[in-house]
Design a protein around this ligand. Structure first.
Ligand code: IFM
Length: 453
């Protein structure tokens, strides 16, 4: 057994992390443009002003994708590039850029997967309250309509929002990401509710204005849970731990079920409702109907997980990692099992076809004396993780595709360019793209020249 036929082997990026051209062709500002322009927020004050200069080099980048044999490419549209003020006047040059990118992809036989929101909140909308303003539900809906009208003749697959856990948790709870706020928790729950409603409105608009039947989903993230052993007790403990609400309310956004249950099951999880009760906004049945507007596919970003066993008190407990446990350059644990147990538990609960919308690692990649970039750790990581994903597919989980994060090194938010997640190395001094060893490995895997164990 193996992955299904026409499995979508892909790679992912996002607009601000690669495009550059932030002041070109009528693009409006978004919160990251503004946040990165203020010193002190980002590692060595890096910004995305140039990033990978993908705005000008997208044809070269699509050529790389083609040579790598990618079947699919997941990228995001910068809301402020097509609607500089977030609503109203359309920036035709921004539309033209995405049209050209989509055309280039389809001409090369690469399926585009478009994300509507990968954290570029237009600054003009932020000034009007951003996610706190309930009108954002319609603003986002109008944006989704524009995207459907202009691009859905060629784009069939859409994800509404990427990693709400991060942009609410890091942007508005801890303040490590744009716009750098530490809001009262009550406000963050209200924003989250508006995010989910905006997602629902976008699903409606995409569906209604789509020029063909569309596959629509969203792309949350989360640390997965895997059992210490194959005993039914440990498996049950891991399942429970994955979906339970974090007890520490300050970390509430790092939660799978608070985001995914409303979208897929039509209600917030009961344990979360009880735990977070003092902070919750008014939630109506109409809201829940909107939030649970049916979707077709489930995207999940998975990087790592926690090992869980059933405690003697009958409650799940974390198993301490041994000293020297493998970790990536950014410091995340290497836990391949998360790519078996995560999709398995998610599929059991939500029963939707799954795409792994992001997975990958940062390494300390450098150009070696031979002019090449050798990244054995990335190859080893991918082989281990994908073996587990294949096991999940073999076990009957409906996995439709896998997007490696990322196609190329890029602007890693608060870490600037200090972390390299790409299959392709970007020399930011010259914008030269250099295939890392893992890019060749991924190409050979896609071509069927390498088998996973
Ligand atoms: O670079 C990010 C991406 O934008 C969202 N998911 C995690 C990646 C690595 O941190």
């Amino acid at each position: 057994m193996s992955f299904r036929e026409n499995f979508m082997w892909g790679a992912a990026t996002s607009a601000y992390q690669i495009e550059g051209a932030v002041h070109e062709d009528g693009k409006g500002l978004h919160i990251w443009d503004v946040y990165t322009s203020e010193p002190g927020h980002i590692f060595e004050n890096h910004t995305g002003e140039v990033a990978c200069d993908h705005y000008h080099r997208f044809r070269e980048d699509v050529k790389i994708m083609k040579e790598m044999g990618l079947k699919a490419y997941r990228f995001s549209i910068d809301w402020s590039r097509v609607l500089p003020e977030g609503t109203g006047k359309v920036n035709e040059k921004g539309i033209a850029f995405y049209n050209a990118l989509i055309d280039e992809l389809t001409a090369n036989g690469i399926e585009p997967f478009v994300t509507l929101y990968h954290w570029e909140l237009p600054y003009e909308l932020y000034k009007r309250g951003g996610w706190m303003n309930p009108q954002i539900v319609e603003w986002f809906g109008d944006y989704a309509r524009l995207v459907a009208e202009r691009f859905s003749d060629r784009v069939k697959n859409f994800f509404t929002i990427n990693e709400p856990q991060c942009f609410i948790g890091l942007g508005f709870v801890t303040g490590e990401h744009a716009p750098g706020l530490k809001c009262p928790l009550k406000d963050t729950f209200e924003m989250a509710h508006n995010v989910l409603k905006a997602h629902g409105r976008a699903v409606q608009r995409l569906r209604h204005y789509g020029k063909q039947p569309l596959n629509i989903g969203f792309a949350p993230t989360g640390s997965m849970c895997y059992p210490k052993s194959d005993s039914p007790e440990d498996i049950e403990a891991a399942r429970q731990a994955l979906f339970e609400a974090p007890g520490d309310v300050k970390g509430w956004s790092w939660n799978v079920s608070w985001w995914s249950d409303p979208v897929l099951l039509g209600h917030y999880p009961e344990d979360g409702l009880a735990l977070y009760e003092p902070y919750l906004p008014r939630i109506t049945e109409e809201d829940m109907r909107l939030i649970s507007e049916p979707i077709d596919i489930y995207g999940q970003n998975i990087y790592n997980g926690r090992c869980i066993r059933m405690g003697e008190d009958g409650r799940p407990e974390d198993v301490k990692r041994y000293e020297g446990f493998a970790k990536t350059a950014i410091g995340w644990p290497v836990t391949p099992e998360c790519l078996y147990w995560g999709p398995k538990f998610l599929y059991e609960r939500y029963k939707k076809p799954i795409y792994i919308t992001e997975n990958g690692l940062s390494c300390h990649d450098t150009i070696s004396l031979d002019g090449k970039v050798h990244d054995p750790n990335r190859i080893d990581f991918l082989a281990r993780y994908l073996t587990q994903l294949q096991k999940a597919a073999d076990a009957g989980v409906d996995i439709r595709g896998y997007f490696q994060w990322s196609l190329m090194d890029n602007f890693e938010w608060a870490k600037g360019y200090s972390d390299r997640f790409g299959l392709v190395y970007v020399d930011y001094r010259t914008q030269e793209r250099i295939w890392k060893d893992s890019a060749y490995w991924y190409r050979d895997l896609i071509a069927g020249k390498i088998s996973l164990s």
